[in-house]
Ligand binder design. Structure first.
Ligand code: ADP
Ligand code: ASP
Ligand code: MG
Length: 405
């Protein structure tokens, strides 16, 4: 007998027929004698629809109210999944994040899990029930509903697997595993049998939506091995773990595209010590996550600062920087949302040269202009025009022959 945490994403619980299929799968695991804890997302599209409604009634919705609203999506699917299990004769009970004892900090819409008090879940498992937990949500110390950032059900599952010392954690989605690129964009992308936490984290934080990046960070920290696999078949998926055995000669393992970034240009900043600090301190205090940063060489006493932020934070960036610009000698801010970030990732880059040259040459041949570049030991990212992003992903995939991995 094993203790298994399974997470079913939005498409996997997209309608009542799919929910019944999920219940049948869970029943199978129960009949094999396993203890099962299930995390579910909202039906696909529901969270987006709720956000759109919030924006339709208010330009800049309050984040506490946003979390009250967004938690609704998962509350529907936990109850329906529990009922579907009852329907096939399996004892089951649903839990909201708060009922599951998932305590978070109070940074609404991207709260961090501080601890999980799993006593009630343990008791229900002992009583022979399947426990269904709402993904993506928790409760703050003072009793407010919080959410864990988009895609946060992955984090709920991995954190629960850690807290419950599960033998297995399975992330069920609508593709067979983690591929060398988004298989919907790059048709000859290859499914990887296994991938390291480091590479998975870089892919996820570079826009590969298959896993939420914070969930991978959490898995790495607590060494929670997990498998990404499809809820539509029984094919083996991709195992994500610390070390993976593969050939040294594999330099690049994957390509990711992030279309949810915006480029911010702050121009005419007075070129003196402390200017950049003022800009980024203000953004940090507003909890805006800044990614790529470039400052050009100052000229005539002024400089330009260019950086990227999540598309969802552009409103906040404008509001936060307005008072800072005044003290920076009349600097101006411009926000460009027609960009995308393309990244190539691979641990093998540490020991190989020429990766950047190969990428840039391939993009140039395809007529893709590069606006910003950043590199780390295992990743190269470039900012390009959003309309060229999918084509650029195919070009990069081909340039590193990832279809032959
Ligand atoms: P879920 O609702 O199950 O959480 P998501 O939509 O969040 O599912 O993530 C699955 C999607 O991630 C896939 O449908 C696929 O289009 C996309 N994706 C992006 N990059 C990759 C990749 N490298 N490997 C697999 N899927 C990817
Ligand atoms: N429903 C949430 C979202 O769409 C969480 C999740 O699906 O993981 O972001
Ligand atoms: Mg997801």
């Amino acid at each position: 007998m094993a203790r298994i945490v399974q997470k079913y994403g939005g498409t996997s619980v997209g309608d009542v027929e799919r929910i019944k299929k999920v219940a049948a799968r869970i029943k199978g695991y129960r009949e094999d004698g396993h203890e099962v804890v299930v995390v579910v997302s909202a039906r696909s599209g529901v969270t987006n629809e709720l956000i759109a409604r919030a924006k339709a009634v208010c330009d800049n919705p309050d984040e506490r109210e946003m979390d009250q609203l967004l938690a609704v999506g998962e509350q529907e699917t936990i109850a329906l999944t529990a009922m579907a299990l009852h329907g096939v004769g399996v004892p089951a009970i649903s839990y909201t994040g708060a009922q599951a004892g998932i305590v978070t900090d109070s940074v609404h819409t991207k709260a961090k899990i501080q601890g999980i008090d799993a006593k009630s879940i343990e008791a229900d498992l002992q009583a022979g029930k399947v426990v269904i937990v709402a993904g993506f949500q928790g409760i703050t110390a003072d009793g407010r509903i919080s959410t864990l950032g988009r895609g946060g059900s992955d984090l709920t599952a991995i954190a629960l697997a850690g807290a419950l010392k599960a033998d297995k954690c399975e992330i069920y989605t609508d593709v067979d595993g983690v591929y060398t690129a988004d298989p919907r964009v790059v048709k000859d992308a290859k499914k990887l049998e296994e991938i390291s936490y480091d590479e998975m984290l870089e892919l996820a934080s570079s826009g590969s939506k298959v896993m939420q990046s914070r969930s991978v960070e959490f898995a790495h920290k607590y060494d929670v091995v997990f498998e990404v696999r499809s809820s539509f078949n029984y094919n083996p998926g991709t195992i994500v773990k610390k070390e993976v055995a593969y050939m040294e000669k594999v330099v690049v393992r994957g390509v990711a595209v992030d279309k949810d970034q915006a480029k911010v240009v702050v121009s005419n900043i007075v070129d003196q010590p402390g200017s950049a600090a003022k800009v980024f301190t203000a953004l940090a205090e507003a909890s805006v996550i800044v990614d790529m940063i470039v400052q050009n060489v100052g000229r005539n006493g002024v400089a330009n600062l260019t950086f990227t932020v999540p598309l969802t934070d552009t409103h906040k960036v404008e509001k936060t920087l307005a008072p800072v610009l005044a003290v920076l000698g009349g600097a101006q801010v411009a926000i460009h949302d027609n960009i995308a970030k393309l990244s190539v990732v691979g641990v093998g880059m540490k020991t190989h040269s020429g990766v950047a040259a190969t990428l840039f040459t391939a993009l140039a041949a395809a007529g893709v202009n590069i606006e910003l570049i950043s590199t780390s030991e295992i990743k190269i990212s470039v900012i390009i025009d959003k309309s060229k992003a999918d084509e650029a992903a195919r070009v990069a995939h081909k340039a590193f022959a990832l279809e032959t991995l």
